[in-house]
Design a protein around this ligand. Structure first.
Ligand SMILES: [Zn+2]
Length: 126
C-alpha cells in the first residue's frame, strides 16, 4: 500500500499525509502530529499508519536500527522497539522532519512531498 500498489486489487494507491482528525482518538493515533493515509485509486481499500511505520523498512532507517542490534522483522510493527518522533511539518512545499532514536544515537530525516526520504543524517550520541 505504501509503495503505491494496492495489495488487494494491484491498482495504484495514493499515499499522503493526514492531519489529526477526531476519530484518531479512538484509534490511539493522536500522539502523532500527522499520520500517513494510503487509499487505493481503484477499489475502496485504505489504511492509516504513523510516519515511523512508513519508514522503518527504508534502507537508511532499517540499517540504522539493525546496526544497533534490533531486527525489526523480529518485532510486531506496533511494538515500539525504536523511539520515533515527527519534529516538524511544513506544507508549502510539503516537508516532514523526524527523528529515530536508538542506543543514544539519532537518525534525523526530511521527507519530500511524495513522502520519500529527501535527506538524512546520523548523529551519534555522547
Ligand atoms: Zn485496490
Amino acid at each position: 500500500m505504501f509503495n503505491d500498489v494496492c495489495p488487494y486489487c494491484a491498482g495504484n494507491s495514493t499515499v499522503q499525509l493526514a492531519e489529526s482528525e477526531e476519530y484518531y482518538d479512538e484509534l490511539a493515533m493522536v500522539s502523532h502530529p500527522v499520520n500517513v493515509h494510503a487509499a487505493c485509486d481503484d477499489c475502496a481499500w485504505f489504511l492509516y499508519a504513523n510516519v515511523g511505520a512508513l519508514l522503518v523498512f527504508e534502507p537508511p532507517v532499517y540499517a540504522f536500527i539493525k546496526e544497533r542490534g534490533v531486527d525489526v522483522w523480529d518485532k510486531y510493527v506496533w511494538a515500539a522497539a525504536v523511539d520515533h518522533e515527527v519534529t516538524s511539518v511544513r506544507w508549502d512545499p510539503q516537508r516532514v522532519d523526524g527523528v529515530f532514536r536508538l542506543s543514544g544515537d539519532e537518525l534525523r530525516y526530511v521527507l519530500d512531498e511524495n513522502l520519500r526520504m529527501l535527506e538524512y543524517e546520523i548523529h551519534p550520541g555522547d
